[in-house]
Design a protein around this ligand. Structure first.
Ligand code: ZN
Length: 114
């Protein structure tokens, strides 16, 4: 399972190239769930999250797109919204144990705003 960063980067660009990333980000910010947007390209959503872990620029854009595209009629930042409504916005992701990436991103947004 252990892969070198170099191998991983080259491979990620091959399976999830810039054009595909733009397409997915556009769809997500328009309200398409990330897993559905990725399915269109025959990719699991883990590929997007994997990219986000290693690419801070993509991470920022992905979380922003998830915020833009989330359903405004839901109450976000609750486990039930994550589990029942399947919302994957950063606030709902941050309710899940182990999802520290979303929490850190939100903290950074708050720090920037204040
Ligand atoms: Zn949410």
């Amino acid at each position: 399972m252990h892969r070198t960063t170099h191998w991983y980067r080259a491979n990620m660009d091959a399976v999830f190239p810039a054009r595909t990333r733009e397409h997915v980000l556009d769809a997500v910010s328009a309200g398409v769930p990330l897993d559905t947007a990725m399915e269109e390209h025959d990719l699991p959503d883990e590929v997007a999250y994997g990219r986000a872990r290693r690419d801070p620029t993509f991470r920022d854009r992905l979380y922003r797109a998830l915020m833009d595209g989330r359903d405004p009629n839901l109450r976000h930042g609750r486990c039930v919204t994550y589990a029942r409504d399947r919302c994957r916005c950063p606030e709902c992701q941050a309710t899940q144990p182990g999802c520290t990436a979303a929490r850190r991103w939100l903290d950074a947004q708050h720090a920037r705003a204040s």
